[in-house]
Design a protein around this ligand. Structure first.
Ligand code: F6P
Length: 471
C-alpha cells in the first residue's frame, strides 16, 4: 500500500491534551489506522526564519511540522484564510474583510508548505490535503513536478456560486482546485455547489457525474460526510461517566437535568442565538426553571481576529444577562466555560447530558453532534437538538432539527427534548446511532482514499447517492 501523507494547517501533534476542532478529531484516528506522515504548521509563530521542519514519531505516524513567520501568519491565517475564506464559505458576506483581497500571504504560505514537502515526498505517496487553508497547494506541488495522487477534503461548507463569486480574487484562486485528483465535500449540497461553480465560472467540460476535465486533467468531486469513531466513542463514554470528574459535575447539579453545548468560540456556531433561545425557553416554560442547568463549553479560538473578540464579548455579556435575570442563590441557569476539555471528559459529559444543543448557523459537518449521539446510553438516551444548517443534519435526521435563527423555535425544542417520553428518545437515538455506526470515521477515510487511489482513467465516480449513507 502506498504511503499516506496528510497535509493540513493544524496538526494534531500527540501530547495527550485537549482538542481544538473537528479536523483533528477526524484525521488523527484515520491516519493512525493506516500509518503515514502528517505535515503542517507547528502552531509556533516566529520573528525570524522558522528553520527546518521538526519530526515527532509516535506509533506508525510521523508528525512533521514547520513554524510560521509572523507576517505570513498575519496575512495567511489571521488574514485571507480566516477573515475572507472562512466567513464567505460560511455564507457570512457581512463578516468578510473585503480589504483583505490580497492573496499574497495566502499563496506564499502554500508555496512554503510545498517547498518543505519537497524533500519529504516520494513518487508513489498518496497525498491527502485538508481544508480551506490549502486550496492552491496541489498547484504548488505540481509546479515542482510532483505527479502523486493528490486529494483534497473541505471540512467546511461550500456555498453556491452566487455567494462564492463574492470572494475577492475567486477567479484566480478557485481554478487551482483543478490540480487535485479528487475533491471531497461533506454534503450533497456542498458538492452540487462546487459542481455548479466549476461549470459556471471555470467553464470546464463535465465528462461524467461529478467529473471535470481541467485541460486534460480529470478532477472528480464526491460526497464524503466525515464520521466519528462511533463504537469506540460509545465505549469511552460508558467508562467516562464513572470518572471522578464527571461524577463531581453530576453531583453539583443536585439532580437537575443537564443541557450541554460544546463549540469553539466562533460566530459560525450560533452561540449568542442559542443563548437567546435558552432565555426564550426559561421565559416561555416557567415550570422548568430551576429544573435544568445548561453547560456551555467554549474554548477560545482565533483570538487575533477582531470578529472573534466581538463574539467573545457578546457571549460573555449574554451569559451574564441571563444568569442575572433568572438565577437564584441556589441555581445558576448557565455555566459558561472557556477551558478546553479532554476527549474522555467530554465523552462522559455528553453521556450525562439530557439534551445536546448543537445549533450552528452554518457548519460543514459538526462532529460534536455525532459524538453526542454516540455517547448516549441506548436504554436512557438524551436528545440531540440540531441545526438544520449543520452537515450532520443530513444524517442525524431523527434529531430535533431546528432553525438556529429562530430562538422561539429552539426554545420550544429544548422544552420538547426535556419532556420527551423514554420510548421516543430511544427510537430517535437508535435511528441516529444506526446511521453513525454505518458511516463512521473508518468508512469516511476508506471511501475517500480508495476513490483517490483508483486509476484516474477508470469510469467516472458518481456523487454518492443518499441511499449510500442510509437515506
Ligand atoms: O474545520 C475547520 C477548522 O479550521 C479545522 O481546520 C480546525 O479543526 C478547526 O476549524 C479549528 O480551527 P483553527 O485551526 O483555526 O484553530
Amino acid at each position: 500500500m502506498p504511503r499516506l501523507v496528510v497535509v493540513s494547517n493544524r496538526v494534531g501533534i500527540p501530547d495527550g491534551g485537549t482538542r481544538a476542532g473537528g479536523l483533528e478529531v477526524a484525521i488523527r484516528p484515520a491516519l493512525k489506522r493506516r500509518g503515514g506522515v502528517w505535515f503542517g504548521w507547528s502552531g509556533k509563530i516566529t520573528d525570524d526564519d522558522p528553520g527546518p521542519p521538526k519530526t515527532t514519531v509516535q506509533d506508525n505516524v510521523s508528525y512533521v511540522t514547520v513554524g510560521m513567520r509572523r507576517d505570513d501568519h498575519d496575512e495567511f491565517y489571521n488574514g485571507f484564510a480566516n477573515r475572507v475564506l472562512w466567513p464567505i464559505l460560511h455564507y457570512r458576506l457581512d463578516l468578510a474583510e473585503f480589504s483583505r483581497r490580497d492573496l499574497g500571504g495566502y499563496i506564499r504560505v502554500n508555496e512554503y508548505f510545498a517547498r518543505n514537502l519537497e524533500s519529504l515526498l516520494r513518487p508513489d505517496d498518496v497525498v491527502w490535503v485538508h481544508d480551506y487553508h490549502l486550496i492552491p497547494l496541489a498547484r504548488a506541488l505540481r509546479e515542482r513536478g510532483h505527479k502523486n495522487k493528490i486529494g483534497f477534503f473541505i471540512h467546511i461548507p461550500c456555498p453556491p456560486p452566487e455567494i462564492l463569486t463574492a470572494l475577492p480574487n475567486h477567479e484566480r484562486l478557485m481554478p487551482a482546485l483543478g490540480h487535485y485528483d479528487l475533491i471531497g465535500l461533506q454534503t450533497e449540497t456542498d458538492a452540487a455547489n462546487m459542481c455548479r461553480y466549476f461549470e459556471n465560472e471555470c467553464h470546464v467540460r463535465r465528462t461524467g457525474d461529478g467529473v471535470y476535465d481541467f485541460g486534460g486533467r480529470s478532477v472528480r468531486i464526491g460526497v464524503y460526510p466525515v464520521g466519528v469513531e462511533t463504537e469506540p466513542f460509545a465505549r469511552l463514554a460508558q467508562r467516562a461517566i464513572e470518572t471522578a470528574f464527571v461524577r463531581e459535575v453530576l453531583d453539583s447539579l443536585s439532580g437537575r437535568a443537564m443541557i450541554i453545548g460544546v463549540d469553539r468560540l466562533d460566530y459560525s456556531k450560533g452561540i449568542p442565538e442559542r443563548l437567546n433561545a435558552f432565555e426564550r425557553f426559561l421565559t416561555n416554560f416557567p415550570d422548568l426553571r430551576g429544573k435544568a442547568t445548561y453547560l456551555q463549553i467554549t474554548p477560545r479560538s482565533r483570538t487575533g481576529i477582531p470578529e472573534y473578540a466581538d463574539i467573545a464579548r457578546v457571549v460573555g455579556e449574554t451569559v451574564g444577562r441571563i444568569n442575572g435575570r433568572f438565577g437564584e442563590a441556589s441555581w445558576t441557569p448557565l455555566r459558561y466555560i472557556n477551558k478546553a476539555h479532554s476527549r474522555t471528559a467530554l465523552a462522559g459529559l455528553y453521556r450525562a447530558a439530557r439534551v445536546g444543543l448543537v445549533t450552528p448557523l452554518r457548519d460543514g459537518m459538526n462532529l460534536v453532534a455525532k459524538e453526542y449521539v454516540a455517547a448516549q446510553n441506548p436504554e436512557d438516551p438524551g436528545v440531540l437538538v440540531l441545526s438544520r444548517f449543520a452537515g450532520a443534519a443530513h444524517e442525524c435526521t431523527a434529531a430535533l432539527l431546528v432553525n438556529p435563527y429562530d430562538s422561539e423555535g429552539v426554545g420550544a425544542a429544548i422544552n420538547r427534548a426535556l419532556s420527551m417520553p423514554l420510548a421516543e428518545r430511544r427510537e430517535r437515538h437508535a435511528q441516529n446511532f444506526r446511521m453513525l455506526a454505518k458511516n463512521d470515521l473508518a468508512q469516511w477515510a476508506g471511501r475517500f482514499l480508495s476513490t483517490l487511489e483508483q486509476d484516474a482513467s477508470r469510469s467516472a465516480v458518481r456523487l454518492i447517492p443518499r441511499t449510500a449513507i442510509g437515506h
